[in-house]
Write a protein that binds this ligand. Structure first.
Ligand SMILES: [Zn+2]
Length: 379
C-alpha cells in the first residue's frame, strides 16, 4: 500500500483537505511594501504554511473574524475558536505585500483582500472571557496595532525550527502515523515538563488508541514558564526511559500560547486534527492562566458543538496524583482516599525544590526528568 493510500485511514483534516501555503519566492519581492510581523503572527504564518491551520489559507477576513469572535465559526459555518489575524497600523498601498519577521527576514507574500477595524475589548470579552489587561493574552491583544490585514499567504521562507529533530509538519506526522499503521491517535498538548501525573494520563489515553503524539508547544510562552529547550530535554529522557518507542511520536507544536483557556482548547484540538490526531487530551484548566477560567470550562466548551461536528474526540482527564494507599497513580475518579494519602505538588512547590537543588519525590517526578530540571534551575 502506498503511504498516500494509508494516510486515508486517518482522520480528515479540518474542512476536508490539508492546506499547503508554501511556494516559490516571487521575483518582484524587493519591489513590494514590507509589513513586519510579530513573533506570534510569525508562528501563525508558519502554521498557515504547513496546513496546521487548515482550512485557513491566510490571515482572516472580516466575515471569518466576526463569525469566530461571536459564534466560534468561520463564515461558512465550520467550527473555529480563535482569530488568526495580522495587525497593522495602516492599509498598504499595493495589492500584495511582503511579510517579514522582526529580524527583517522576508517570509511570505500576502495578497491583500481587505483591511478592517476591530474592537479589542469585544475580542477580549468573547475569546478570553475577560477584558482584564493583566491577562497575558488580553495584554498582547491590547498592545496590537489597530487594523487587521486579511489575505492569502504564500510562504517562501519557513521559520528556522528551534528543534529541527522535532519539526514535523501535519503532512509529516500523518505520514509517520500511516507508516506505523495507526488509525486512532491521541494528541497531548503541553507547555510544561511531563511529571508522573501527565505521564499517567497520556498512558491512560494510549491504552485505548493506536498511538500517542506528545506535542509540546514551543512558540512564545510566558517568561515564567519552563523554557522550551529544558522541556524538550525532559520529554526526551522521559520517552526514552518510560514509553514504548513504537507507540509514541514527539513533535513540536509551533504555536504561540494565547492563554485563552476554553477557546484555546478547541483551537488546539482542531490543529491536532490537522496533524492526524483522532483524539485529544483535555485536562483541567487547559490553556488557562491564573484564575481566569473555571476548572472544567475547557472541557465543557466542547459541548457547545454538535456531536461529531469537530470530528476529533476530546478525552477529558482529572488531575492525577500518587496515592499511598492505592499504591499507584490515580485521580478522584478512581481513588476513594483523602488528600493526606496523595502526593501532589504544586508548580510553585516543585520550582522551590528544584531551585534548592532538591529532587522531588519519585512518586511525583521521574528521576531522569528531575535531573534535567535541577540542572536547568542551577543558579
Ligand atoms: Zn487511593
Amino acid at each position: 500500500m502506498t503511504v498516500a493510500a494509508a494516510t486515508d485511514k486517518l482522520i480528515r483534516p479540518h474542512g476536508g483537505f490539508l492546506v499547503d501555503r508554501t511556494g516559490e519566492r516571487p521575483g518582484d519581492v524587493e519591489s513590494l511594501e514590507t509589513v513586519t510581523i510579530t513573533s506570534r503572527e510569525a508562528s501563525d504564518l508558519d502554521m498557515l504554511a504547513s496546513g496546521a491551520l487548515s482550512p485557513l489559507l491566510g490571515f482572516m477576513g472580516e466575515d471569518d473574524y466576526r463569525g469566530v469572535v461571536e459564534d466560534m465559526r468561520l463564515h461558512d459555518g465550520l467550527p473555529w475558536a480563535l482569530p488568526v489575524c495580522l495587525a497593522v497600523d495602516a492599509a498598504p498601498s499595493g495589492d500584495r505585500v511582503v511579510l517579514a519577521g522582526e529580524d527583517g527576514t522576508q517570509l511570505a507574500v500576502l495578497e491583500v483582500e481587505s483591511v478592517y477595524a476591530y474592537d479589542k475589548e469585544r475580542e477580549a470579552e468573547q475569546c478570553f472571557r475577560t477584558t482584564d489587561a493583566e491577562h497575558p493574552g488580553v495584554a498582547r491583544l491590547y498592545a496590537q496595532k489597530p487594523l487587521y490585514l486579511a489575505g492569502r499567504v504564500t510562504v517562501f521562507e519557513r521559520a528556522t525550527p528551534p528543534f529541527p529533530e522535532l519539526a514535523l509538519d501535519p503532512a509529516d506526522t500523518r505520514r509517520t502515523f500511516a507508516e506505523r499503521g495507526w488509525k486512532r491517535v491521541v494528541g497531548f498538548q503541553t507547555r510544561n515538563p511531563i511529571h508522573r501525573a501527565h505521564e499517567y494520563l497520556t498512558k491512560g489515553a494510549l491504552e485505548t488508541v493506536d498511538g500517542l503524539l506528545i506535542h509540546p508547544l514551543v512558540g512564545d510562552t510566558k517568561s515564567d514558564d519552563v523554557p522550551a529547550a529544558t522541556r524538550v530535554e525532559c520529554y526526551r529522557v522521559l520517552v526514552e526511559n518510560y514509553y514504548p518507542a513504537g507507540r509514541v511520536v514527539v513533535a513540536a507544536f509551533p504555536a504561540a500560547m494565547r492563554y485563552a483557556g476554553p477557546r484555546e482548547a478547541i483551537w488546539h484540538a482542531i490543529c491536532r486534527k490537522n496533524y492526524g490526531c483522532s483524539h485529544f487530551i483535555v485536562g483541567r484548566d487547559h490553556a488557562g492562566v491564573g484564575s481566569y477560567y473555571g476548572t472544567y470550562d475547557a472541557q465543557l466548551i466542547f459541548d457547545e458543538f454538535e456531536p461529531h461536528e469537530l470530528d476529533i474526540e476530546p478525552m477529558f482527564f482529572e488531575h492525577a496524583f500518587w496515592c499511598k494507599v492505592c499504591g499507584q497513580m490515580a485521580t478522584p475518579k478512581t481513588c476513594p482516599h483523602g488528600g493526606d494519602d496523595h502526593i501532589f505538588l504544586s508548580g510553585t512547590k516543585v520550582r522551590e525544590l528544584l531551585s534548592a537543588g532538591e529532587v522531588p519525590p519519585t512518586e511525583f517526578t521521574r528521576q531522569e526528568v528531575a535531573e534535567v530540571l535541577i540542572e536547568a534551575y542551577r543558579p
